[in-house]
Write a protein that binds this ligand. Structure first.
Ligand SMILES: NC(=O)c1ccc[n+]([C@@H]2O[C@H](COP(=O)([O-])OP(=O)(O)OC[C@H]3O[C@@H](n4cnc5c(N)ncnc54)[C@H](OP(=O)(O)O)[C@@H]3O)[C@@H](O)[C@H]2O)c1
Length: 286
């Protein structure tokens, strides 16, 4: 499918259409105000990725309301945090998110991590209980699509063997230098749409010599190479920026195409810019 703008969509496995680029809201309300989010709406973004953990839900809700643009024109996604897992806990977490946002439905709701802690021995049962709550909320029509974040194939297998409704999305760390090929392949084989968090490696891959050379070759910025790489792998990037210029630049991804050879070069570059986060391990701090 040829994508031509951030408003083009993928179709999730339940038929819901999801825009091919989102705006990430982690740290997008610093100083406790809505200005960055309002600017992101003005610059054209309609798909926003938030989470209870980010503290941005209420600012996002305010920015959406004050934009004057109908709620239905937005695609709003949130996630429950690690300490909100469990059947009742997940339902309560969802209601808190709705209240923070001041909305009566979500387009997408995700389980943020498969394990509350890497050494959690009861994670399989906990994931199933949590997922059952999402299935219920989905069936009640309060969420248009439900999914996962940071789930690897073995975590997803546990759910697939025990759920009625297949997850529609998995949001994982994905950028040049850390593209989790096994997880992406698994999701794509199971019709689970992959999304890229930290699609530009939170800035950590922008000075990689090969990425810089490619940016110059295609006449774009290193960040645009990272975002275009995600699109060409069928992955939805969720870039965050606080600058209007970079917000616009991060939407300008459709007038160039990375060649097959260069895609393979990015696929096979050494690990670069990994956040240090892995659901089954303690966080590595660099
Ligand atoms: N599910 C999860 O566990 C998880 C984890 C992390 C993140 N996320 C989601 O993914 C979103 C994006 O990830 P992220 O915020 O970690 O990182 P990111 O989007 O990869 O990078 C954001 C950083 O890159 C800079 N930047 C943005 N556009 C740029 C450009 N065109 N040129 C140069 N620098 C640019 C930003 O600076 P300025 O702001 O100064 O422009 C910011 O410092 C988050 O906001 C969140 O919604 C999810």
């Amino acid at each position: 499918m040829k994508l031509t703008s951030i408003y083009d969509t993928y179709t999730l496995n339940n038929g819901v259409k999801i825009p091919c680029v989102a705006f990430g809201t982690y740290k997008a309300a610093q100083g406790d105000n809505v200005e960055i989010l309002k600017t992101a709406i003005e610059s054209g973004y309609r798909y926003f990725d938030t989470a209870s953990f980010y503290g941005t839900e209420k600012y996002l809700g305010q920015a959406v309301r004050e934009s004057g643009i109908p709620r239905e024109e937005f695609f709003i996604a949130s996630k429950m945090w690690k300490d909100e897992m469990g059947y009742e806990e997940a339902k309560e977490a969802f209601l808190r998110s709705l209240e923070n946002l001041g909305m009566d439905y979500l387009d997408l709701y995700l389980i943020h991590w498969p394990l509350p802690e890497p050494d959690c021995e009861t994670w399989k049962a906990l994931d199933i209980e949590t997922w059952k709550a999402l299935e219920k909320l989905y069936e009640e029509g309060k969420i248009k699509a439900i999914g996962l974040s940071n789930f690897l194939p073995h975590h997803i297998e546990n759910l697939l063997g025990n759920c009625r409704i297949k997850p529609m999305v998995d949001q994982i760390e994905f950028h040049p230098g850390y593209h989790q090929a096994a997880a992406v392949q698994y999701c794509q084989e199971h019709e689970i749409q992959v999304q890229a968090w930290s699609p530009i490696g939170r800035g950590r891959v922008l000075e990689d010599a090969m990425i810089v050379r490619m940016a110059s070759k295609y006449g774009v910025s290193p960040a645009q190479i990272c975002l275009r790489y995600a699109l060409q792998r069928g992955v939805i990037p969720l870039p965050k920026s606080s600058s209007p210029e970079r917000m616009r630049q991060n939407q300008d991804l459709f007038s160039f195409e990375i060649s097959k050879e260069d895609m393979y070069r990015i696929d096979t570059m050494p690990q670069t810019g990994w956040s240090g986060e892995h659901p089954d391990r303690e966080r590595v701090r660099f």
